[in-house]
Design a protein around this ligand. Sequence first.
Ligand SMILES: [Zn+2]
Length: 157
Amino acid sequence: MECEVCGAELRGKPFKVIIEGSEVNVCKRCKSLGSEKPVERISQKDVKKVFLRKKSPRKKIEFEEELLENYNLIIKREREKRGWSQEVLAKKIQEKESLIRKIENAEITPETEVIEKLERLFNIKLREKVVEVKVNLNRKSLTPTLGDIVVIKKKKS
Ligand SMILES: [Zn+2]
């Protein structure tokens, strides 16, 4: 390889410099004629900056994955929808038939691994993300009392 400026034979690695906007391979002597190629270094810096910004400390909220209350019924429904027996379902997720039966009867709480397999197979979610809330929610106030229902019925008729 020859120096693209003076034509001298290049020994070892050529110097890459920018001369008049284009990148050329030059010898040590001609290196000072151009400016060093800075492009790659700059882009690497940018990547680092973005990465750091993402990692900046933030208040962490702990989410917990909790099984849906009626997960066993959902599994049963999804299985029956496809016309599969418990045995067929068991084979599809490589588990024992007895395990499927126990899960559907809510006799046992399935392991996360099994839950994940079922979620993937049926393309559904059996868990929901919950945040541990310390406040005691009074759920009773959200549901209408028997008195309220009676009033509504009377107004309609
Ligand atoms: Zn040269």
